[in-house]
Design a protein around this ligand. Structure first.
Ligand code: NAP
Length: 283
């Protein structure tokens, strides 16, 4: 049980819904193992109250927040300083409240994505082959920006609403192209990775109907959705023998730099937060 003192450093996660967030499990396990006087709590906030909630934390009474659905775009707009990767993603998953009242916005989702590939597909080389990304929201933007920064030169965005993909491609530059989902057969040819950055496949929703079999046999298939952990998309990829990377590895990967931003130190090694999260997911 965490002992709360007068000096306890508070951080948390804000979203709607938030009750099933895995982030408190990860951060509080790290805090306990590090023996830090800190706590990480969930904040359930309505969209109408979000701006006032964030504004009220100016000054650092709360050290920082992770931001999740549906507030990542709004969070970016409320910040005074925005990191380059958050600007490119047009979304913030981290807000840091500075003592002078300023709010810093960052996006660690791209780092989490690359960390997930490094952990679960260790031979994967981001610059070696084209990368196909399904979706054109903040998660897809962050993924494209992260792969560009890791050396990728051919990123193929496939989105249901093609105009949104085109806007993303125009923003990120010549290494990124936009396509419709109907072109997937052709676009998947020769890719080294295929990433689902849409919300399709979340528990209770239908998966995406795309021809994973059109990717090369060695292509790494990744799904950002982690509820269920093995989405229909990942299950199909596994059935085809493709190496896979799951969304929980990305969630843990983005939490590490978030923890550093809030508590000023790296999470302690040796805490099996993946097992704790899987337990909480009922796996
Ligand atoms: P978003 O901005 O709302 O974008 C959603 C995207 O999904 C859009 O491109 C949308 O296409 C597409 N989409 C939704 N339903 C679809 C369907 N039935 N068929 C085809 N396309 C569909 O969301 P986001 O913030 O980018 O997040 C996307 C997903 O990534 C979410 O599930 C989120 O939880 C997950 N995520 C996971 C992590 C992690 O750490 N594992 C981190 C960040 C995000 P249109 O443009 O056509 O509407």
């Amino acid at each position: 049980m965490t002992r709360i003192t007068g000096a306890t450093k508070v951080a948390g996660v804000v979203g709607q819904p938030i009750a099933h967030s895995m982030s408190p499990i990860l951060h509080n396990a790290w805090l306990a193992a590090a023996g830090l006087d800190g706590v990480y709590v969930p904040f359930a906030v309505t969209p109408e109250a979000f701006a006032a909630f964030v504004g009220g934390l100016r000054g650092g009474s709360v050290a920082g927040l992770n931001v999740t659905v549906p507030f990542k775009t709004q969070a970016l707009a409320l910040a005074d300083t925005v990191t380059e990767r958050a600007r490119l993603a047009q979304a913030a998953n981290v807000l840091v409240f500075q003592a002078d009242g300023a709010i810093l916005a960052d996006n660690t989702d791209g780092l989490g994505l690359l960390a997930a590939f490094a952990e679960q597909a260790p031979g994967f080389e981001p610059a070696a082959a084209p990368v196909a990304i399904l979706g054109a929201g903040g998660a897809a933007r962050g993924a494209a920006a992260a792969f560009l920064s890791a050396g990728a030169t051919d990123i193929r965005i496939l989105n249901r609403t093609v105009a949104r993909g085109q806007e993303l491609a125009a923003d990120l530059g010549p290494g990124v192209t936009a396509h419709g989902l109907a072109q997937a057969d052709k676009v998947f040819e020769g890719v080294g990775a295929l990433i689902n950055a849409t919300s399709a496949g979340l528990s209770g929703s239908a998966g995406l109907d795309v021809p994973i079999s059109a990717t090369p046999a060695t292509a790494v298939v990744m799904d950002m959705v982690y509820k269920p952990l093995i989405t229909p998309f990942l299950a199909e990829a596994r059935g085809l023998g493709r190496p896979t990377v799951d969304g929980l590895a990305m969630l843990i990967g983005q939490a590490i730099p978030s923890f550093e931003a809030f508590y000023g130190q790296t999470p302690p090694a040796g805490v099996d937060v993946r097992s704790l999260a899987k337990q909480a997911l009922g796996l």
